[in-house]
Write a protein that binds this ligand. Structure first.
Ligand SMILES: Nc1ncnc2c1ncn2[C@@H]1O[C@H](COP(=O)(O)OP(=O)(O)O)[C@@H](O)[C@H]1O
Ligand SMILES: [Mg+2]
Length: 157
């Protein structure tokens, strides 16, 4: 099983949730824990090196939400949009951004990023550094670290 640690970071006066995933097969089990930690917050900035598991995490979260397919919008290749049914059966959306190739904030504006940062839907952002100044205050920052070939640490900041 994955393990969870609550740490009181008194020096920054906020709580951090650490989720240790020992292998890929445990990732799905961690999704309800992650969803619980997110609460009503819908904007998630994902930090971590190439291969840390950012995309894999978004895929697992989408599976947990009940997203059936993961279509890629050809018009906005940097912004993927997935649909799922919420608990009331209404259509809801997940936006998934990979900003690795984005050079500056202007490019982010140009592809319409503020819209997905300020709408009511889930929005996961890989490589969020370039849009950090644009992120809503409630954005949840998650740091992913590689512990071994199969193990990852998720730090919810
Ligand atoms: N526990 C784990 N959680 C997430 N990914 C894992 C885990 N163990 C191994 N992996 C592998 O690590 C790679 C992560 O790749 P990816 O999600 O594309 O990373 P990123 O988007 O951060 O560059 C995938 O090949 C995945 O199968
Ligand atoms: Mg990725």
């Amino acid at each position: 099983m994955f393990s969870i640690t609550y740490k009181a970071l008194t020096f920054v006066k906020k709580y951090t949730l650490e989720i240790l995933i020992h292998s890929l097969s445990e990732l799905d089990d961690a999704m309800p824990v992650l969803a619980d930690a997110l609460g009503s917050r819908r904007k998630i900035a994902l930090y971590g090196n190439l291969g840390a598991g950012k995309t894999t995490l978004v895929q697992a979260f989408c599976r947990w939400l009940g997203v059936e397919d993961t279509p890629t919008s050809p018009t906005f290749s940097l912004i993927n949009e997935y649909g799922y049914r919420d608990t009331d059966g209404k259509l809801a959306l997940v936006h998934h951004l990979d900003l690795y190739r984005l050079k500056n904030e202007q490019e982010a504006f140009d592809i319409g990023i503020e819209e997905v940062l300020y709408d009511p839907w889930y929005c996961f952002i890989e490589w969020p550094q370039v849009v950090e100044a644009m992120l809503p205050e409630e954005t949840v920052k998650i740091q992913l670290d590689i512990l071994s070939e199969t193990a990852r640490r998720l730090l919810i900041l």
